[in-house]
Design a protein around this ligand. Structure first.
Ligand SMILES: [Zn+2]
Length: 442
């Protein structure tokens, strides 16, 4: 027999709010409707926000009795990324429950948490929970594009609706076994993104006489090669250090991962997914992803446009990225113009906060002997909009021990995304206990 959180997740998956980045995609209104119907009538104040037709976010509040007590906002997005069904063993939007697992796009990113946060909020309301602090549930649109029709819009234009002291959203919480007990990573920071468009120039000419021509496509190939091979400086930042020190591994494991001179070689020797993750955690990374150039088969091209997905570490912006690009390009730099760049800097919240302490207390009740470790995600989440306001924002959820950190990582935006029912129940229970702990009844 399935339960409320499973059914709600299945409904959210079947709504298929696929966000391809266009204004008319997503249509999160379907999931806002579903959640509103689910939450209404139980003492939760519900409000909808719709900056563009169909791009609906839903806010539910259980108002606290003491305005000086903290406000906790639980934020789950309702949109998902597109799928290629060819790679899936089941219908990506079927929401099937098979052998204790719910299948479908969004099962771990992050409709699982969006559903469990809603169920916990409803349970609290139904139980007559009268907290001192305010609990806000936010089902937000447009996380998978830039958040401009979701979290960014709300923070900029509906600040009263989403103002909070503490925010929790994806991801984190996957239990990692270690010699000193289970470790639960809490995402306290995320890398920045710096999306750069580069233009490589050359001189046009006739394709029938290529000898000694200044071909922008040939130069662009070298530029791409240099960017791909560029070795940015290794940065042992505080969150990385605290993560490794918190994991309880032996000195022989930790020391090379804290040594800038040995870290890259150490990543080389790790299983590839882990090496890739650890490398990205400790470096600003450069991934050339798009190239457009040439006009006709018999014309030597004089222009190629490249796009490079650059992900920055804390403290790095425009100036640092430019220096690194110049280093990468070397003598080709004069041939390359930085046409435009969208800089969205890295954000971080402090680790030593009342929210951290509450999460530690609450989770040790679910996993005895477990402890929290801070982690920086290499991707981007809606937490960044709240961190920029100075709100302590973490990525967290609670999961069973069925799923490994690597499986979990591979399912994000990947094929055969699914989550076990036990994880859904754990998260639901955890949100409820956390709200009671942090917001205090009375
Ligand atoms: Zn997500």
């Amino acid at each position: 027999m399935s339960d409320e959180v499973t059914e709600l997740l299945q409904g959210l998956i079947r709504n298929a709010c696929v966000n391809d980045g266009s204004v008319e995609s997503g249509q999160e209104v379907r999931s806002a409707d579903l959640l509103e119907t689910y939450l209404e009538g139980g003492g939760i104040d519900l409000e909808r926000y719709e900056p563009e037709p169909g791009r609906t976010s839903l806010v539910g509040r259980i108002e606290g009795t003491d305005p000086s007590a903290p406000t906790l906002l639980l934020m789950g997005h309702t949109d998902v990324v597109p799928v290629n069904p060819d790679g899936w063993s089941r219908d990506p939007f079927g929401g099937e429950l098979v052998d204790g697992e719910v299948w479908g796009r969004g099962a771990v990113d992050m409709l699982n948490l969006t559903a469990s946060m809603a169920v916990a909020t409803k349970r609290l309301a139904r139980s007559g929970f009268r907290p001192r602090g305010t609990l806000i549930y936010l089902a937000v649109a447009d996380e998978e594009a830039l958040g401009s029709m979701g979290a960014e819009h709300l923070v900029d234009h509906e600040a009263d609706a989403v103002r909070a002291d503490y925010v929790i959203t994806e991801s984190g919480g996957i239990p990692i076994p270690s010699p000193t007990g289970l470790k639960l990573p809490v995402i306290v920071a995320e890398k920045g993104s710096h999306w750069a468009q580069l233009r490589v120039s050359g001189t046009p000419g006739h394709g029938s006489q290529p000898y000694k021509t200044d071909n922008a496509l040939v130069t662009a190939a070298k530029v791409v090669q240099r960017i791909a091979e560029y070795q940015p400086r290794t940065e042992i930042h505080d969150i990385w250090r605290r993560f490794l020190e918190g994991m309880g591994y032996g000195e022989e494991v930790v020391a090379p991962l804290l040594d800038p001179a040995r870290l890259v070689d150490t990543c080389d020797a790790l299983p590839v997914a882990m090496g890739r993750q650890f490398h990205a955690c400790t470096h600003t990374t450069f991934a050339p992803t798009i190239a457009h150039g040439g006009t006709k088969i018999n014309v030597i091209p004089d222009r190629v446009d490249l796009q490079v997905d650059i992900r920055t570490l804390p403290g790095q912006g425009e100036a640092e990225v430019r220096t690194m690009l110049d280093e990468a390009l070397g003598d080709l730099a004069p041939k390359v113009e930085l046409v435009s760049a969208h800089d969205d800097p890295s954000t971080a919240s402090p680790v030593d906060t009342p929210l951290w302490d509450a999460l530690g207390r609450v989770t040790s009740g679910f996993y005895e002997g477990s402890s929290l470790v801070p982690f920086m995600t290499v991707g981007a989440t809606d937490a960044r909009f709240f961190r920029r306001l100075g709100t302590t924002s973490y990525g967290f959820g609670l999961f069973s021990t069925q799923l490994s950190f690597e499986d979990y990582g591979a399912m994000f935006h990947g094929d055969d995304e699914r989550v076990d029912v036990e994880s859904l129940r754990l998260s639901t229970d955890m949100w409820e206990v956390l709200a009671r702990d942090l917001l205090v009844e009375g």
